[in-house]
Structure formats: structure tokens, C-alpha cells
Design a protein around this ligand. Sequence first.
Ligand code: KG4
Ligand code: ZN
Length: 352
Amino acid sequence: MDFEQAMAEKAANLCKKDTVRILSLESSCDETAAAIIENGRKICANVIFSQIDLHALYGGVVPEIASRAHVEACDRVIDQALAEAGMTFDDIDALAVTYGPGLVGALLTGVNCMKGLSYALQKPLIPVNHIEGHVSANYLTHPDLKPPFVCLVVSGGHSHLVRVEDYGVYTLLGQTFDDAAGEAFDKAARVLGLPYPGGPRIDALAEEGNPHAFQLPHPHTEGRYDYSFSGLKTAFLNLAHKAEQKGEPLNKADMAATFRYAVVSSLVDKALLAAKETHAPALAMAGGVSANRLLRRMMQEACDRAGLPLYMPKLRLCTDNGAMIGSAAYYRLLRGEIAPLTLNAQPALRLV
Ligand code: KG4
Ligand code: ZN
């Protein structure tokens, strides 16, 4: 029997086991992260090595530096995850890795590391879509959550409204025409002279400011559930430049608060509209921007008013981590989705 056939057989047998433990690796951007997840819901270990310090000097992620740092960190985070769980490779049933979307060199590092491990340990490897991983962070935080639900996925690279029909079955309701929400936050933060990554910084600064201090345009989109943030970003930049030219001091906290309110209002309005119009029994959020304090508050208030249950990942599971990959992998395993030895990185992989 060849390797791939043997792995398919092992994977089929795993589906009959009561407890399945998956060791997962995430390396799509600037976090090298490993986790051990039981039955898609329980975190046995969750180790995140952030490269932020390496990239901060350049004001953003430098792909070459990220790839190199992943190579150095992969083994280490895997060893740490095993130590944290008090386990050895013998306790692990299957492996999982993010194969897209993301930076190609960064993804390749993780994919090759896990392909090698899969071959050496003779354990099946499950390929995971990074965006599906973000959605699955909710399954770890809320053991009772089951599809269907509508999910707002907002990260540095993506702003999607999807309907999760079933595990692994998604309908795209809307997406951004231009910048992702996280990208918009990062760019606005740069205008205010805040260091990378700007999202959390602008969020903290905004807590001190007045969200109605300035006028910013309402984003217009063709689709009912689509987003657009580049107009807001340009208006924000013009506001800062005009003040600078006139020599007027601008209150940075007020600016941060105004920008944050504009982005968050747009996210909340469309997510609620999509949930209502598709008769979703619940709404969930995922991705780095779902850590935003105002977004969490305003979405909770809007859902309470609408009588709609809201699910949000724990803060540590909003931004990139390996645990969410291990959760998504479990449901892929149940569907018999395992990687061939030819698995490659897919930088532009889509969810739907
Ligand atoms: O999901 P993530 O870790 O990586 C991607 O898959 O892109 O998201 C990172 C993004 C960055 O743009 C970061 O600035 C943003 O999420 N972010 C935030 C907050 N925390 C992280 N944006 C706004 N408010 C926050 N509190
Ligand atoms: Zn992400």
C-alpha cells in the first residue's frame, strides 16, 4: 500500500475514535503558532510566537524576514505545544497545517514542515484554509455553537460576511471591494504616527476620544452586504493633511475614535442586515479585528436589540493562532479531507 492510501485508511479509522487529537501549525503571516486540539473543541496546548518585534522596525510585515523566522520557530513551537500538553508524538492522531491564503514563503515553511512530520510519523495531514480557521475559533470558545450561523470575518487581509450552512459549507454574502477592515485600521494608525500593528493601538487610543468630533463619509457599496473602506481612509488622510497644512493641532484620540466609529458602524449595520435577511439563528465574528473593543460592544448591543445570539472568540483566539487551525482540521478530517504528498501553499486560496 502506498503512503497516501495508508493515510486515507488511518484517517477513516480515526473518525471512529472517541477522542481525536490534532497537532496543528499556523504560519501564514507573522505568527508561528502550534496547538493541540481534542475533538475540534478542547485546547490541550496553544503556543503563539509573534514576530511583531522583527517587523515593527519596517512598519509592516517583510515577507522574507517572516519566512526565515518561521523556519527557525516551527520546531520550537511544536516542541513547546507538546510540552504544554504533557504529550509526545505518540499521543497525536493527526497533523494539520494552514496552506492558504497568506504569504507564499511563510505558508511554504509550515506546509513543508508538516509534510515532513506526516511522512516521518506516518500520521495523516489535514490541509486547512486560514479563513475557515478564524471562523472555527468560535467552536473553541463556545462548545455549544453549531452551524448554521452568519459570520463576520474581519482580519488584516479579509472582510467577509459568510453564512456557515454546515461545517465546511459556506455561502458568501458580501465582502470588501477594496481594503480589509484590519488593513484600514493599520493605515489610519500610520497616519496618526502609531507603530505597527496599528489596529490595537488605534483601538486603545480611541477609548479616550470623541467619536463624533469630525465628519467622515458613509461608505457606499453596490451590494447590500458588501464593504468599502478606502473612501473612509482617504477622507481620514485628507483631514490630517489639511490640519497639518494649516498648522492646526489635531486631537489624535478624537481622530482615532471617529475613524473607529465609522468602520465599526459599517461592519455592525451590514452584519445585522445579513443575519436578519438570511434568517440566521445566530451571528458570529472572527479574525483579528473582532478583538476591537467598540466592535464587540456595538455588535453585542445590536444583537441584544434584535434578540439574536452573538458568538465571539476569546481575545487570544481572534488574532492568528494554531488552535483555530486544529479545530477546523477536525471537521475536515470527519469529511475525509486529507492532504496528498503534493500539497502546496496557495497564497490566494478562497473560502468560497
Ligand atoms: O486575523 P489576523 O491576526 O491576521 C490576518 O489574518 O490578517 O488580523 C490582524 C489584523 C491587523 O490588521 C490588526 O491591526 C487587526 O487585525 N487588529 C485590530 C485589533 N486587533 C488586531 N484591529 C482593530 N482593533 C483591534 N483591537
Ligand atoms: Zn488571520
